[in-house]
Design a protein around this ligand. Sequence first.
Ligand code: TSJ
Length: 635
Amino acid sequence: MTNKYDASSIKILEGLEAVRVRPGMYIGSVDSRGLHHLVWEILDNAIDESLNGYGKNISIVLNKDGSCTITDEGRGMPIDMHESGKSALEVIFTVLHAGGKFEEGAYKTSGGLHGVGASVVNALSEWVEVEVCKDKKRYFIRFEDGGKKASKLECLGATTKSGSRVTFKPDKRIFSTTEFNYHTIETRIQEQAFLLNGVKLSVDDNINDHHNSFEYHDGLVSFMDYLNEDKDVLHKTVSASVKVNRIDVNFAFQYTDGYQENLFSFTNLVRTKDGGTHEVGFKTAFTKTINDYARNHGFLKDKDKNFEGNDVREGLTSIISVSIPEDLLQFEGQTKSKLGTPEAKTAVENAVSEQLLYFLEENKETAGNIIKKIQKACQAREAARKAKEEARKGKKNDRKSEKILSGKLANAQSRDASKLELFLVEGDSAGGSAKQGRDSKYQAILPLRGKVLNTERASMSDIEKNEELNTIIHAIGAGAGANFCIDDINYDKIIIMTDADTDGAHIQVLLLTFFYRYMREMIETGHIYIAMPPLYMVKKNKEVFYAYDDEELNQIRGNSKVELKRFKGLGEMNAGELWETTMNPNTRTLVQVTLEDAALCERRVSVLMGNKAELRREWIDENIDFTLEEDYRVM
Ligand code: TSJ
């Protein structure tokens, strides 16, 4: 059997087989993140269709059997036959498009490239079913076992609808987890809906019975309300939509009374987390326009220096969403998430300068308040700089900081920062055990006494006055806030080690808030970890086991009679136990802190750590189950 059809179908299987052999090249990873990547690949295609003007409803359903269905109301994917004997639909699902998204040099663009990713999803699924409604007919095709055709493209009858529907069941042999997360999907579609005026996106989780849908008509304003919900703001959101040459610029901004700068940028609906030319244009517009206005209206005198960009953007939340035609699109950086298109800088700069100047001129009182706020930021920065300079001259502060450190920090012997770990330990007694139990060559211990300052509402000078945080900043040695420089960090891993109880969780949250606000790059580059101390020690036939949760405990226990000890805190472990269970790099478990979704994270941090207690209570009510602790009797 050597006819053409067979030969080419073998080649196709080889193509999809490549995806199964190295899934990471195509979807980044095979964990939960990679799993959800399958959803985004399919969803992006449905969104493209609606962006082209076809269909206003897109639905995602998580089915009871673990599969996921995505449906749109567009034109329906093409089903026409090619000379090869294959339908266009089959080609979309079985031919690998050139270049995986995660391969060097390749990236995906929204708009135009229909069906990109569908074959990857097919390759990594137990089965895929596709339904297309088109020209008054309903068509169906099924693939199994990593993309092998399991049915011919059939016509199932007549319909009045039009659209595409794809159902896929992720392959358990590929993914470490195949459970979709409702909240991950909900957050993603809400963020997409903000950027897609008038498109309704819904998610129905039929396993856990969660349902929601999102549709916005003033997307960026709603997005801003969502981001700043719990903050006090200085004015109504300013937003505009401007086309400059061939680039669509949409932006919104709003000053809050806080100290944080928050900038979210998107290119063709995809988040550009590393910024790029559109962000540069935005920042340039703000710095220039505000300085010009301040000079023209007497806020800055001839002798005064200009405000710096950081001062101008203190407390500013902004969103930039640009749409760029494919031929102008350019990305940079390892993950291709930094926009390189030079035209985007000019387009955004022009659009923002014009609207911002107009806003300032039309709202003189607000403009005055904003500039007063910027003046304060500028003064605080100057004062901090002077203090630092004087400290350096006199070396006074250095001795003080050395004293702070020498009392508390047990440093490591090695000077090789790439191998060093800093443990931030709750309480002096656990700190003592950690100091005894550690590998002193590479592990440094900093015990934290008492509560850590909540930095959500603190300014840089509050932080410098706070002993615990100041000690952490000095120990890490790379500054904080605008002065933070990741190249100077003294440790490769910062490991937060607290008791496994609510106080411990609180300390974790306070420390993470601090890192998020003042050393975000540490989180983004994966330097922050949480230690996982065990909850139980189990002695079974004289052998000692440690269990990190109840499920593990029950597994170890089985039906045998065991001796059980519940660790109420780190302090109950001796130095040897602490080393073996929590600190020894060969046996411990660490959780790496990541920033999956910056907008969500931003809201979570401000809702949970900010000053609006009702929002916090609401969130806790909705998300936390308080259960009575089971009381284990020590046998
Ligand atoms: F990912 C995917 F390919 F599996 C997928 C594609 C999944 C889902 C849920 C929807 C889609 C999709 C593709 N929806 N709509 C389309 N549209 C087309 O493929 C299409 C239709 C008509 C024409 C045309 O020129 O007539 C062109 C295209 C690209």
